[in-house]
Design a protein around this ligand. Sequence first.
Ligand SMILES: [Zn+2]
Length: 586
Amino acid sequence: MENSIDYKSDVFISYGRKDYKDEVTKEPIPGNVISVIKKSFDENGITYWIDEEGISLGNHFASVIAERIRESMIFLFVCSRNFVASKWVDRELGVADEFDKHIIPFICDDSYKDAKVVMYTASLDRIEFFGNFNPDKEMKKLVKTIKKYKEELEEKRKKEEETLRQKQKEEEERKKREEQARKKKETIKEIRHLATDYRVHSLQQEAIVQQLHEMNLSIGIQTKECPVCKNISPIDSIFCEKCGFLFPPLYAIDGNARYPFDKRHLAVAKKNYDAITLVKNEKDNLEKKVGELEKQKIGLETELERVKLQFVSDSVRQDLIIPVKGLSIVMKPVVGGSFWMGAQKADPSGQNYDSEAWGDEERVHKVTLSSFYMSEVVVTQALWKAVMGTTVGQQRDKANPEWPMGGEGGEYPMYYVNWNECQEFIKKLNVVTGKSFRLPTEAEWEYAARGGKKSLGYKYSGSNTIGDVAWYWENSGDKILFGPWNSDTIEKNNCKTHPVNCKKPNELGLYDMSGNVWEWCKDWYEEKYYSQGPQDNPQGPSMGSRRVLRGGSWSNYARPCRVSSRYGSDPDSRYNYIGFRLVLPQ
Ligand SMILES: [Zn+2]
């Protein structure tokens, strides 16, 4: 291909000698056409090759000429009679034709009519340089033609180079893809090969490991120690149950770390185990602490509950001790509640059955009371004297100086006091103490006599055996009496009151509720009141002629000493068997 050649010159100039130089002097003939062409080419930057010497070198020369033609882009032949006559014309034109050169005939005379020239130039653009020629114009035309061809060729060459580069690039990429595909194919083949090898080796390894386990078992080695957490695992374990460490297949077959394993694996496993252990220990400690705190909390809550209950119960149940002029009144708490008041003898299986019940104790009915305090003992002669300034003897004299005394001394019950004097005493006592003492209502008295919430259901206050809790006619004199009740015998036996806390107290710690002296209550006495009274904190009838008396006395037989027994007396009456007891509201 012509365009693959690196041209050494733009133009090969083929010409006849006689058109250029004088044969004798070897000097260019003045005004010759070849010199005109050369000058024009030099001026226009067109390179060319021309045989200046014109010496014949035979075949060697022919080969040099042929090479120069091949190395030139354009074959220019200066056509003249001399040129046609030259023996080289045929040969040079033949070479140009053979190399497919762009041939430009430059016609100087009518030699173009020659058959040979016609043959070579028939299809070519000719440049004529004879007749009315204008050298400048014709040379310009030649230079222009050459330059144009040169440019076209250059363009064509560039295009072809570009195409070639593109093709080369595509080829390179195709080769690269092919190479990658080939390498991938080879790698896959290799992987498959290795995988097969691995499977085979794994199976072999498993078989070996199994065999070694069996051998170990056969000589009595059944366990191995974890290198991370020191836990003991069965010899054929794959991983440690405690810390999760994966045993290398041949690890510790003989119970020791005889077979080396990946040190990084062990280091990481140890680090992880340490971290987990640390966290676990921390967690255990915290849980333990939480448990302890929980226990403490429960303990404290229990303690708080106990203290609260204690506080509540203490505030309700603690005795009140009220000082009065060097003496003190002990008030027992009576926690409020409901109880069945009264008694009946109609139905032995019914509520508050008592074969000794009197008619005024019926009907049995439910009563609900608020909490209150009741004095541990009846008002003593000492307390009366401290508050009122009078003695029991002086009180007796108000009734009748002939009447007998019923026991004298500070710790003896005060008697010979009527209901109204009791109110005066309470009025003074309240002034002295700043409290709100009063007489018990009949319901309060019976509730307290029965033991309140602590009631054990006794017939007498605190016992079913009257002698344990009460001074009554049989035990209140010099000798123990028995048989039918008789007032003469009582008088002869010197029966009387006794110091206030000599018998057993009842369930609430109250003394002498049964026996010793009858006790004034706040209420008017009304035989039928139980059928009409309200359930809550009953206060007795609004009117009446007698005030309630409760508990029996030293001069009575047992029946009036029962907790439900009722009696009444004129509020102005005074006897040596009637005293009273105090109540304080809560
Ligand atoms: Zn472990």
